[in-house]
Each structure stands twice: as C-alpha cells, then as structure tokens.
Design a protein around this ligand. Structure first.
Ligand code: ZN
Length: 290
C-alpha cells in the first residue's frame, strides 16, 4: 500500500498543456478529505488538498495533517497532494517541508516586488532541494470584507511584466495571480479580468493559480482555464456546504444523538459538490461518461 504524497508541479504542467485545472480543496479533518478523495478516485484525477494555518490547527499540527493525507494516499490509486496554502513565514514553510509536505505556497504578496522576490526565492532554494513544488503570489487578492472600486481593484491586480520578472528571478513553479477574484464570499458582482489573465499567460510559461474560486461564476472560471489557470482554490464553498448541511439536519428531525445523522449528509453533499467542480475544471480531458 503506497502512502506517499506527490509534488504538485508535474500535474499542473500537464494541466497547462491540456487546458484543464485541478480544484484545490480545503480540508480540516481526515474524514472530509476522504469523502472528496473518493470522487478524485472515481474520475481518475489527482487529489489536491490545500490547507492553511487555521486548518493545520484543526488537524492538530503539521505532522497530523501529513499523516491524514498519507493515510488517504494509501486508500486511493490516484496521486494525493497536500499543499500548504498562504504560508507566510519561512521557518513555518521549512517545518511543513520537513513534516512531509511536497507542495507549498509562500505568500509574500504584501511586500513590494523586490522583497517579494527575495522572500520567495529563499523558499524556492530550500524547497527545490527536496523536490517540493513552490507557488508564489504576485498582486493582491482582495478579501471579501474589502470594498474596492473597479480602478482600485485593477491597481492591485497582477502586472504581466512584473509577473515575468518575478517568475524568472524566483524560480517558482506556480504563480498565484490577482485578476479580480476575492477570498471569501462575494458581496458584489465579480469582475474577472480575462484580458489581464491572457497577458500574464502570454508572458509567463509556468502554470497559474486562481485563488478565491468560491462563488466565482463558472463560465468565467472555465474561460480562465483556457488561459493558463490550472489550480482553482476552493475553501469558502466547502465550509458553506458542510455548514448548511449540519444546519439542515438540525432544522429537520435533528441529529438524534447519532454521529451518522449529523455528519453523513455533510460528507455526501461535499462529495457531490467536489464532483461537480472537478468535472467542470477538467471538462476538457474527461471523457463524457466517466
Ligand atoms: Zn488564497
């Protein structure tokens, strides 16, 4: 039984060539991870988990998160990838790599270009020694709580020329871009800047990442996949599905002191949601009748 985690890079290089994307699914327990992995297995797609600081805490630390992902890797035939999402601290990223993460994000996008390059390149230097994939971020992805005008929003978006410099100087494997998506829930109609994405895609030869996939119109996401987006992060949507499911149980017959009554519907809904997203993102490569 294999219990190995995989680096992300090669799968996304393939995705870029063949114009499809993987969902980056945010999980915070083994059980939710397992529910989604069954779907990846069914569709024959790599299983990509993304977890940030908050989720690492729910797992009870980096080692536990790795152990959970490796257990799942032993249960399915498809590759399993555990990706550290929005890690900002160099030491923490090294700890994640030492714990067994094969894919990490260094988010130094709050700094100016020069410092972003410096901080990101330092992570690349460490990670590549161990064959670990690195995602960097350039441009600022707004949070749902921020109310910005369109021109303010555009000013924060990834600059295509800077992107080319950033990729070359850091040696990153994947680039997270800001093209109008937001983290969290949208409180206004999303404006996804496809022309800007096209420009970035033409300047940069590595796979691109869309953050804030939750709530982004699906036709826009699909269009973005045609211009180099190979990973679409999904976090808010998963919390919503699980939260709504447990609330639904409570407002109906109640959970009746049964763990299965309380959580089984959430696993099922999560799997359905994941299947919908995986099919959408990999539409270009999945045969109709998988
Ligand atoms: Zn993000």
């Amino acid at each position: 039984m294999k219990r190995e985690l995989s680096p992300l890079k090669d799968y996304l290089v393939d995705a870029r060539e063949r114009k499809y994307a993987l969902g980056g699914f945010c999980i915070w327990t083994y059980a939710y991870g397992r529910a989604i992995a069954q779907v990846a297995q069914k569709l024959g797609l790599p299983m990509l988990y993304i977890i940030g600081d908050a989720e690492v805490k729910f797992f009870g630390g980096l080692d536990n998160a790795v152990a959970a992902a490796k257990t799942i890797a032993g249960e399915v035939d498809v590759p399993v990838i555990l990706h550290a999402d929005h890690f900002r601290d160099y030491d923490k990223i090294c700890q994640a790599i030492d714990a067994g993460f094969k894919s990490v994000m260094i988010d130094a996008s709050a700094y100016d270009l020069e410092e972003n390059i410096e901080r990101t390149a330092r992570v690349v230097e460490y990670a590549h020694r161990y064959g670990v994939t690195v995602e960097g971020e350039l441009g600022k992805i707004a949070g749902c709580e921020q109310k910005l005008s369109l021109s303010q929003e555009e000013a924060l978006q990834t600059d295509p020329e800077e992107a080319a410099v950033f990729v070359e100087k850091t040696g990153i494997d994947l680039l997270a871009v800001s093209i109008g998506t937001v983290h969290g829930e949208y409180h206004f109609p999303p404006h996804i800047n496809i022309p800007r994405l096209q420009k970035i895609h033409s300047r940069v030869s590595i796979p691109l990442v869309m953050h804030g996939g939750s709530g982004t119109p699906e036709d826009k996401v699909q269009e973005a996949v045609n211009y180099g987006i190979t990973k679409v992060n999904l976090a808010t949507d998963l919390v919503r599905v699980v939260g709504e499911s447990t609330a639904h149980v409570q407002s109906g017959d109640g959970f009746g002191y049964s763990v299965a009554n309380m959580y089984a519907p959430a696993y099922e809904r999560l799997a359905d949601f994941a299947e919908h997203k995986m099919r959408l993102l990999a539409k270009n490569i999945l045969p109709d009748k998988v």
